[in-house]
Design a protein. Sequence first.
Lengths: 291, 234
Amino acid sequence: MNTAADILFGGLFQGSLYAMMAVGLALVWTTIGVFNFSHGVFMMLGAYLAWQFVALGFPAYVAFPLAVALMAGVGWLLQATVVRPLIGRANLVLVVVITTLAAGSLIENGALVIWGPRSKQVPPLLEGNITLGGIGVSLHQIAIIVITPIILAALWAFLNRTRLGLALRAVAQNEDASRLVGLNVTALYALAFGIAAALAALAGIFLGGYRFMTPVMGADPLLKALIVVVFGGISSISGPIFAAYVIGFFEAICSYYFGLYWTPALLFAALILTLMVKPEGLFTRSGRGFA
Amino acid sequence: MLNVARLTVGYGRVTVLDGISMEAGRFGNVGLFGPNGHGKTTLLRAVSGLLKPRGGAVQFDGEDITGLTPRAIVGKGLIHVPQGNTLFPDLTIADCLALGAYSSRARPHEAANREKVLKLFPKLRERWRQRVRTLSGGERQMVSIGTALMSHPKLLILDEPTLGLAPKIKDELCKSVLDISKSGVPLIVVEQDVEFLLELTKHLYFVNHGQVETEIKPGENLAHSDIMAMYFGH
């Protein structure tokens, strides 16, 4: 009983975190066709802003949404300064890797100057612990497990059930054709980056609620998000979401049976195998590629 | 309706169009033809705002639209179906047509235009929820043109609508293009098939070396041999 509960809980929790980290990265990739290497730093900044608002005396239910909203603005700003001016370049993907890495490094060191290296923690989403199926879990983790699917479902509905979401998906597929039906491509890029940064901030708040925060806390989640996105397939939003949960459960099972130290090695082995068999990612139809 | 005056367009250091002039609307539809790589597509891309002209002017419906964004130009009812039915491979037909009606000008007419499109291309109704990438070349072209019709065009530009299609499909599509014209939407059509252009209009431009080399107005007779002479020299 304990085993099943451990694996189920661990998988759901890690999967939710990974999904939250990766979905913004996937959104930017599918709409703009670039990898945003400051995505991890967005998580860090979101967590620090949330911490700052709490420190200023705001209650968490004000501080967290405020931090998320502010990060949407930061995402927009970053897009306008280091991504949009480069669009149209032949080597866009590589150039944006460099510019977003650079911007991320600036933000990271800025955070170090402002907030210092001492680790901090944001208050958890919910205080307290409970015992479920024989294992003790914190309510913060339960909250993450519950909130994440709701947010992801809302994002899915936005992308697939609204006109604006349709426009975002269209821009991802053909920029010229999007212009010719009258879409404001620049605004849609800004929107994608804004949403991605807001989602990153939320992931950061999730992380900061159960781990200690440092200015470099985004590096590891960024790597995880990249793995998730590559594993799930980079041409859709739902691929990485499924992949996040698969990886979450994979890690939960591996760390239960093989131990924590073997988990990363096994994960990468699985990743390499997957990419050898299905280079386009686990959950992507083997399409003929974008025409 | 559309007036292009001494338009200069280029990519980087290359000048593709060097002061090209043309007009559309005075004699109904307009046909553009000429060898590949001589500026027809570039001209259309500059007219619809995808390329910024270096000089000259474009007027549409009495307004200067030179250098406007494609979005603004779509908002005025000048709709461009680009060459090669690339479109949105992972959207369904339903999605594409909904996108066509994205501009605020087209939205009030969405339902009526959808009926028109589905009457013109009944095949699209059968494949309504299918992704564009799973369609045949002819069907994709139907989606392209259908999407443009959803934008409620005042003037519709078609860039080689029959490119790469099998003869039978091509004939069907040509018939549909003629139907669109009959329904009252003026067209600018680029085609290699001059026979088809002649069915559509008596107002043709022969584009060569980034220039209008010959303009053929209604009333001026044109024999097949004249066209051959234009393409291949004398």
